[in-house]
Design a protein around this ligand. Structure first.
Ligand code: FE
Ligand code: FE
Length: 165
């Protein structure tokens, strides 16, 4: 792809995020299924819905830009999901598995937070306020999910996993 300016880089980064979200739409149901703690299961299910919304918001942005969201594979998300899969195959006690699912999910959220922070800043700099607003909404949901996972880990799940001898 020809990269002449920040607008080109903006589109390229958005394509990467769009592919990452679509990989997550496939991975999150498996994580929800694997979770034992009811609150964790619900958190994954809720974030699956939000993730579908993220892909739709990105489609809205692409439509306005007159460009296709397709054409990139996010290798980093592929790697994060692959590691999550490996973790899910371990023979772990339920609470340890839940802690492991949180560890995998928080890596994903932090990756997304980094990516959306970047494109939100590009959108502002490019004077594309509609895109900046949509990207900020996604960023807020990724941040809230990360905080929710920290809350579940610290209040119960990691504490229970630590209690096992
Ligand atoms: Fe997302
Ligand atoms: Fe997310």
């Amino acid at each position: 792809m020809q990269m002449d300016d920040l607008q080109d880089l903006f589109v390229d980064q958005l394509k990467d995020l769009y592919n990452a979200e679509n990989q997550l739409i496939k991975a999150l149901p498996r994580m929800a299924k694997k979770a034992t703690n009811a609150d964790l299961k619900a958190a994954f299910e809720q974030h699956l819905e939000e993730t579908r919304g993220h892909a739709e918001k990105l489609e809205q942005i692409f439509e306005k830009l007159g460009s296709s969201p397709k054409g990139k594979k996010c290798k980093a998300m592929e790697g994060l999901i692959e590691e999550g899969k490996e973790a899910m195959e371990e023979d772990a006690e339920d609470d340890v598995m839940d802690a492991s699912l949180i560890a995998a999910a928080q890596r994903v959220e932090h990756y997304e937070i980094a990516g959306y922070g970047t494109v939100r800043s590009y959108a502002k700099l490019l004077g594309d306020n509609d895109s900046a607003r949509l990207l900020q909404q996604i960023l807020d949901e990724e941040g809230a999910t990360d905080k929710k996972l920290t809350g579940l880990a610290e209040s119960t799940i990691n504490v229970e996993a630590a209690g096992r001898t």
